[in-house]
Design a protein around this ligand. Sequence first.
Ligand code: FUC
Length: 812
Amino acid sequence: MPTLPRHFFATLTAIFVVQSSRAVETASPLTLFYTNATVKWTEALPIGNGRLGAMIFGGVEREHLQLNEGTLWAGGPYDPSNTNALAALPAARALIFDGKYDDAAKLIGDKMMAVPLQQMPYETLGDLWLGFPTNAVIENYRRDLDLGTAVATVSYTANGVHFKREIFASAVDQVIVIHLTADRPGQISFSAGMTTPQKADVVSKLEDRILPAGATGAATLVMSGTNGEARGIEGALKFKARLKVLAHGGGVLTKATKLLTISEGGYAAGVLPYKWSSSISVANADSATLFIAAATSYKNYHDVSGNPEAITKNQIAEAEERWAISSLAKHSDLMLADHIAAHQKLFRRVALDLGATDSMNLPTDVRIAHFADGNDPQLATLYFQFARYLLICCSRPGGQPATLQGLWNDSMTPPWDSKYTININTEMNYWPAEPCNLSECVEPLTQMVLEMAETGARTAKVHYGARGWVAHHNTDLWRATGPIDGPYSGMWPLGGAWLCQNLWEHYLFTDDKNYLRKIYPAMKGAAQFFLDTLVEEPTHHWLVTCPSLSPENGNPAAKNTSITAGPTMDLEILRDLFANCIRASEILGTDKKFAAQLGLARSRLAPLQIGSSGQLQEWLRDLDLQSHDLHHRHVSHLYGLFPSAQIDVNTTPELAAAAKKSLEIRGDQATGWATAWRINLWARLHDGDHAFSILEFLLSPARTFPDMFDAHPPFQIDGNFGGASGIAEMLLQSQNDEIQILPALPKTWPTGSVKGLRARGGFEVDIAWKDGRLTAATIHSLNGNPIRLRYGQTTKFMQTKKSATIQWDGRG
Ligand code: FUC
């Protein structure tokens, strides 16, 4: 942050003109671009700084930024425990072991669900609208998003004047910045207003103090509001959004009047659902800069005493100082330069080249429609890098983890509340984080799990009379951990245990013992819960979970419920959790006795079983082929193959063959995330061509919106992240102490290279290949661990030194 006092700049006159030439290069191949503006949200382009997000529509006469702030959810701190649950637990178990699954489901639905039955939704902050003079002849329209700079640009020529809007969400300055420029002076005229469906007022004010250096006018719009109640939980948050407009040349004025005639023009709904209250107008400026700051009073899941007024005021004041410094120094643009540097620090770590064709000159939506034609390998690169871009934009240290929609949601009642579904979706969001070299982006997830270990301890005690902690299939901003929605999807106590696996992966990739020390109590608590709640099933006396379910898939032995005991996925997750805890206790030199208990319990867990059709069984009994839905989207029992590595083509070939059979039965096409999961699974089976054929479906209009957001449908970001993870798995795998180079390279990418992928054990790997053969692998050893390399059937064991680089050509 600048150290010079604000008055220093304020006393200088406005002879300093902000340069319109900025160091932004938007012609990079890693650019999404379109030749038309849009009014559809899934065609708008996302920016974000991990906390503030915007979707940019790019209208010529009416620019629209739909805004989000990561902590603006409904409700307030709450405890969803149901004090009737524990008493019903023995009867529910007895019914399940008696085969009376539907009766068990009824009892669970009546007595054991969380109160309230649903959690709190993530909500939109509102919208910024900019109205520009109409009646011009528009030429050369383009809107784009450069993934390499994280800057969105809208440009066009109107009556011979070239206009440009550059928009970015700065993680450094914690504001969204909009630069409006033209290639002739005096051309920037517009009005700005904000609307919101939240309970809020918007007021405008002209600056009553001396203007910052370089500005000829300044004005502010302030939106002040409170969040809403949901499902009986009162809203407890205050929030502010602040728009600052700085003009150069021309003037700024506020008007407490209606700004635009919103009913005219082609908005989807015809008329906007909200009312204006205040607005700002700028007339005939040479250029203008807008800052948007927003914050809520959320500090953490039990503390809502933050001061959004002070936070946003400071953010705007600091942004203004930085802007003035640029202006004074005739610097190109400090904020932009810092923003790009912060983004590139993460983004540039991985470079992927799968080949390039002329298709790259086509608009992105056209390319998506034609990906299956097979002539556009660079679109897969763009899709891969878009996911990395999205993760950087929606999951930065200090913020909230990526929701079902990342950071971007235009609704008060979004699909599945845009929260955290932890029976696959949230875990999938973080699959690319480690292999794709964005390890820092896991921090918000780590923080959330540590907090869930606190709230989940109460759920464990009240619902199960158990030690440790538990979370079911969803959580929200308030870290609610009870079983929600209904028994069919909600009565699944493995959500926390699975999330611990994501955290363990962070340790495996980074080898960071301090991190392990930090997460170990949460891992231990998750395991402790199951030591207390696993029960013996009557047939084989194996230890199983009960009640539980195989996520969202009906129990074939029941009429209309998923409720069962010991679904395969649960036992796979617990096999990992217990093994990880045992390993962690050894590394940290603690909890010997507890580790021994875990070892014993682990050996008694129901084993993986191969069914009569050669498939990996999803349930304790061989019921798969009697499934109510053979092509069900969830492939939960294949967790053991991916993301876990209990099933492996090299070490457990029979189980791998069974997993393959199950995958074939399920089929290739499903919802967005479920399609993406299948890519990862086929990559783990070392069938790159099959994985690629599924990628073709994922990257088609059926599963990818024009702005490249994944289509469940509706929009859900997990498919983007799962898809990028799948591409990474095709090129590099590192499970079971082995670095596998090009384990699932499809024929369609005969020649290419990737730089900067990460492997478990602390390695960074660059790979180049030609005509389908490895030409060079370069392994940078970050921690000096030994490694075994594999290319096809060739393996090679190597000792490494910290910071050493190893070259390998794939020969033994
Ligand atoms: C799980 C999935 C659905 C959807 C929802 C958010 O329940 O089964 O397909 O993705 O999460």
